[in-house]
Design a binder for this molecule. Structure first.
Ligand code: ZN
Length: 210
């Protein structure tokens, strides 16, 4: 049986070939031949509308991105090692100057965790994955309760937990300690604004545009 490709795929690919590729051909060829030098690694959520390249106005070669449900980094002793492998790749091989954990309001992963938990029978992997949000929930109640809206506070606390977790890797610790790399926590909020975590003030502030 032959594969029937959906129109949405064909149309999107046609737009890429006709409208985008001609203007980016030279850059893409350069990147393909080993000149990748992204300015940041971004660990962010898989939700289809919270796109880091769109939010940060980035193009090919700018960002080294890992996306998963609710932008999490599992503890290093857990079995999910692909995120840690990507972090090592970004720091040791690409020497990214920034590592960004980016969460977002109205996150569907967050809603799945704060609502009825996924069933063991139908979604065992999602159920397990969402247990990594528990530390974020605890921190939200402890340090971000003044936000007043639990889903928003857990989104922000979850970013802070991932920053702490990422920092526990010796490579990340050394890179930040020597100033070779900066860790940033960010949230794309429900008003379409971007917030960053101010570690001294222990709160999220709007990214200034002037
Ligand atoms: Zn999300």
């Amino acid at each position: 049986m032959s594969v029937e490709l959906p129109d949405v795929l064909i149309d999107g690919y046609r737009r890429f070939r006709e409208e985008i590729l001609p203007g980016k051909k030279e850059l893409l060829e350069k990147l393909m031949h080993g000149h990748q030098k992204p300015w940041a690694m971004v660990i962010t959520c898989s939700d289809s509308w919270a796109i880091p390249e769109v939010i940060l106005g980035a193009g090919p070669g700018d960002l080294f991105v890992v996306r998963n449900v609710a932008n999490m980094v599992p503890p290093p002793d857990e079995k999910e090692s692909e995120i840690w492998a990507a972090i090592e790749f970004a720091i040791y091989r690409l020497q990214v100057p920034y590592l960004i954990i980016m969460g977002h309001d109205d996150c569907d992963g967050m809603k799945a965790s704060l609502g009825r938990p996924p069933s063991e029978e139908r979604e065992p992997f999602l159920r397990h994955w969402l247990t990594y949000l528990e530390s974020g929930k605890l921190l939200a109640d402890r340090s971000f309760s003044k936000i007043g809206y639990r889903r928003k506070s857990v989104v922000r606390a979850n970013v802070v937990v991932q920053l702490e977790r990422v920092r526990s890797h010796p490579l990340v610790y050394a890179a930040t300690k020597t100033g070779r790399m900066t860790l940033l926590g960010m949230v794309y909020n429900s008003e379409g604004g971007l917030e960053f975590y101010d570690e001294e003030r222990e709160e999220f502030l709007p990214v200034p545009l002037d």
